[in-house]
Design a protein around this ligand. Structure first.
Ligand SMILES: [Zn+2]
Length: 420
C-alpha cells in the first residue's frame, strides 16, 4: 500500500493485465488525436463501436482533467436508434412484437440517480468505456460542487440571440466551447462557489437555455443521432482556453429571469418598484407589497423585483438571520394566484429553487448593509432598537442623555455634542 503510488493505479484492482495496459496506453494518447478522429469520423454510422467509445473516452478524460464532472449516457445505435433499446429491438424481432424507439436517443443517463455517479476520476471514467458492447455518449453534470454552468445556444436563432445579449450586456470571457451535433453551441463556465444557478429554457433570451443546478448536457465526444459528433470549437478546446468564471452580467440576467426586452417587465417601470437599498425601503410591510403588486396585470409590477424587495423588507424587519419559512408560506399562494401571462409564476417563481436562491441574496444584502454601517452613523433611536438588554440601552442613553432637574421635575435632556 505504501509503495510508490501511480495515480492511475491507486485504489484500482484490475482484473487483468491487458485492460491495465490498454488504459495506460490510452492515457498517453489523449491529446489532439481524439479531436481529429471525431472531426474526420463525423459520419457516425461508419464509426465502429470500439472507435466511438475510444473517442468518447478521450473527451471524457479531457474534461475530467479540467475538473468537469462527467457521466456516461446511452449512445446512438445504428439499428435501434439508441443503445438503450438494443436488446429490446432484438427481442421484438425474435418475438414479432412491436418496437417502440427511444424518445431521447443518445442523450439520457445510463443509470437512475445519475447525480451520484458523476466523476472526474480518470480510472473510473475509463471503466465506463472500455470493453463496452454498445456506443456510449458522455454528458457534463452541471451545478453541484464543481458548479459548471452551460449556456446552450440552440441553432442559428440561439446564436443570433447570443450576439444581441453580448451587444447589450458585455463580453464573454474566453472559455471552453462545444459545437453540438445538432449545430448549436455549449459555452462552458464556472459559477462562483455557493451560487446556485437555476436551469431555464429560453428564459434569458430566445433559444438560449441555461444548464445549472442538477442539470446535464451531452457533450464533446458524443455522437448525435444526425450522425455528427459534438466537438470542441477551434481555439476553444482544452489546452487552448480554460474554463472562465461566468460574467456578472450573465449571472444577474439568470437571476432576473426575464429578458430585458420582455414587454411584461418593460411596462412595470422602475419607479413603481425599485431595488432600493434595504435601509431606504419604504416602511410598508413586505406582505402588503406582495399582495398589491405581484403579477403581470395593469396594476402588477411583475415578479422578480416585487419578490426581491419584499424579501429585503422581510429581513430588514426580522433580522438577516431570521428563518425564511414565514416568508415562503405567505408568498407561495400569492405568487400562484397572481396574474401571469405565461404561467411562469408556477414554473419559475413559486418554486423552492427560485425562492431559496433569492432569499439568500436578499439575506446577504441586508446583512451587508448592517455590517458596514458604522454604529455611530445610525440615528439614536435605530441604534437603541438594536440593543437587546435594558443595561445596554441605559448605557447607550447615558452617552447621549442625562437627567436634569427643571423646577420640581427631573427631565431627560440631550447632552450637547462632546459636552458634559
Ligand atoms: Zn435511449
Amino acid at each position: 500500500m505504501s509503495k510508490k503510488t501511480n495515480p492511475l493505479r491507486s485504489g484500482v484492482n484490475y482484473e487483468n493485465k491487458a485492460i491495465e495496459m490498454q488504459q495506460l496506453a490510452l492515457f498517453e494518447d489523449l491529446p489532439i488525436s481524439f479531436q481529429s478522429v471525431a472531426r474526420n469520423g463525423a459520419d457516425g454510422a461508419s464509426s465502429s463501436i470500439k472507435a466511438h467509445n475510444e473517442v468518447a473516452l478521450g473527451y471524457a478524460a479531457w474534461l475530467a482533467d479540467l475538473e468537469v464532472p462527467v457521466l456516461p449516457v446511452w449512445g446512438v445505435d445504428t439499428k435501434a436508434g439508441c443503445s438503450c433499446k438494443y436488446r429490446e429491438l432484438k427481442e421484438s424481432k425474435a418475438l414479432g412484437t412491436p418496437f417502440e424507439p427511444c424518445a431521447s436517443p443518445g442523450k439520457h443517463p445510463k443509470r437512475g440517480g445519475w447525480q451520484q455517479y458523476t466523476s472526474t476520476d480518470q480510472i473510473e471514467i475509463r471503466k465506463w468505456f472500455l470493453n463496452h458492447k454498445g456506443r456510449q455518449n458522455i454528458a457534463i453534470a452541471t451545478g453541484g460542487q464543481a458548479n459548471i454552468i452551460i449556456v446552450d445556444l440552440d441553432g442559428v436563432e440561439g446564436a443570433d440571440s447570443y450576439e444581441k445579449l453580448l451587444h447589450e450586456h458585455g463580453d464573454m470571457p474566453e472559455t471552453l466551447e462545444i459545437e453540438t451535433g445538432s449545430g448549436g453551441s455549449h459555452i462552458i463556465l464556472r459559477a462562483p462557489k455557493g451560487v446556485k444557478v437555476p436551469n431555464s429554457a429560453s428564459k434569458i433570451a430566445p433559444k438560449i437555455d441555461i444548464r445549472g443546478e442538477g442539470g446535464l448536457a451531452v457533450t464533446a465526444g458524443s455522437l448525435h443521432p444526425r450522425g455528427n459528433y459534438y466537438v470542441f470549437k477551434h481555439g476553444r478546446g482544452p489546452g487552448e482556453v480554460g474554463i472562465a468564471e461566468a460574467p456578472d452580467w450573465l449571472l444577474e440576467l439568470i437571476a432576473e429571469g426575464e429578458p430585458s426586452s420582455d414587454p411584461s417587465s418593460a411596462t412595470c417601470s422602475a419607479d413603481k418598484v425599485q431595488r432600493k437599498p434595504a435601509g431606504q425601503l419604504a416602511a410598508g410591510s413586505w406582505s402588503s407589497l406582495l399582495e398589491s403588486q405581484l403579477g403581470d396585470g395593469p396594476d402588477g409590477c411583475g415578479f422578480d423585483n416585487v419578490i426581491y424587495t419584499a424579501m429585503c423588507r422581510y429581513f430588514t424587519k426580522f433580522g438577516a438571520n431570521a428563518e425564511a419559512d414565514t416568508f415562503v408560506n405567505t408568498a407561495m399562494p400569492l405568487i400562484l394566484d397572481a396574474d401571469c401571462e405565461n404561467e411562469r409564476n408556477k414554473t419559475r417563481y413559486a418554486t423552492d429553487g427560485y425562492l431559496s436562491e433569492q432569499l439568500e441574496k436578499a439575506r446577504a444584502f441586508v446583512r451587508s448593509r448592517h455590517a458596514y454601517v458604522p454604529k455611530r452613523a445610525l440615528p439614536l433611536m435605530a441604534e437603541l432598537r438594536l440593543k437587546e438588554e435594558p443595561e445596554e440601552m441605559a448605557a447607550l442613553l447615558g452617552e447621549h442623555f442625562c437627567m436634569v432637574k427643571i423646577g420640581k421635575h427631573m427631565v431627560m435632556a440631550k447632552k450637547p455634542a462632546g459636552g458634559k
